[in-house]
Design a binder for this molecule. Structure first.
Ligand SMILES: [Fe+2]
Ligand SMILES: [Fe+2]
Length: 234
């Protein structure tokens, strides 16, 4: 694990050495309007999300290499890797506008090991896990951005999370299509279901933060563990 401060105000632990991290434009920190409790909760959750974005950038770079002979898939995968780096930057930008979170090394190390494990078994299984996880992230963002909730009260946070949400929904479609092109659907579903369980376990570590953002962690956990029926059906 790397202990670097990056260019943001928050000096969070980094999960991965990211070769082509996007630097934030020099700008004043966001002026967020969250109440102190959800602000602290969001700050506590962001390192986990940031770890996922770092991992996703590395993953899509690797998948683009695996598909380098495919003139259609490789550029798409490279473009997604770039989007994941943008998400990482946006999350660091959000962190700069929030109270500094306690560094939870156990949580971050757990997340790091989880993401490293996603590559096993080859590109098709990796893509299936990514499709399942990005779909789970969409579910989580849907809860965080629920109208009337404390996170949705802040327009800058909402705008950033919506942007990431929209991209992740597209990543799901690309990853599932490519996974189904080469993998066997039952094996893909098994790998994806296990990845959803693993993500639910990681998010359990942040259950207090979800409660402070008025997201029921038990209900979220149940929905994340349930692989959507049609997600990996040929
Ligand atoms: Fe992302
Ligand atoms: Fe993604």
């Amino acid at each position: 694990m790397n202990d670097t401060s990056g260019s943001g105000g928050a000096s969070r632990l980094r999960c991965f050495d990211v070769a082509r991290r996007l630097e934030q434009p020099v700008s004043t920190p966001l002026r967020l309007q969250l109440d102190s409790r959800p602000a602290a909760a969001l700050a506590a959750l962001l390192p986990l999300l940031g770890c996922g974005e770092e991992a996703a950038g590395i993953a899509f770079d690797g998948l683009a290499e695996c598909h380098s002979g495919d003139d259609r898939a490789a550029p798409t995968l490279r473009a997604i890797a770039e989007e994941e780096r943008l998400h990482d930057m946006l999350i660091r930008q959000l962190e700069r506008g929030l109270p500094e979170a306690r560094q939870d090394t156990f949580q971050i190390e757990s997340a790091r090991r989880f993401h490293i494990g996603l590559v096993r078994g080859g590109a098709a299984l990796h893509l299936a896990r990514i499709a399942a996880l990005d779909a789970a992230v969409c579910t989580m963002f849907g809860r965080l951005l629920r109208p009337g909730g404390p996170i949705a009260a802040d327009p800058e946070v909402t705008s950033i999370l919506r942007r990431i949400h929209r991209d992740e929904a597209r990543h799901v479609r690309v990853a599932r299509r490519l996974a189904l092109e080469t993998g066997s659907a039952p094996a893909l579903r098994d790998a994806a279901a296990a990845a959803r369980d693993g993500l639910a376990d990681i998010l359990l570590l942040a259950r207090d933060a979800f409660e402070d953002m008025k997201v029921d962690p038990a209900s979220l956990g149940r929905d994340i563990r349930r692989l959507p029926d049609g997600l990996l059906v040929a």
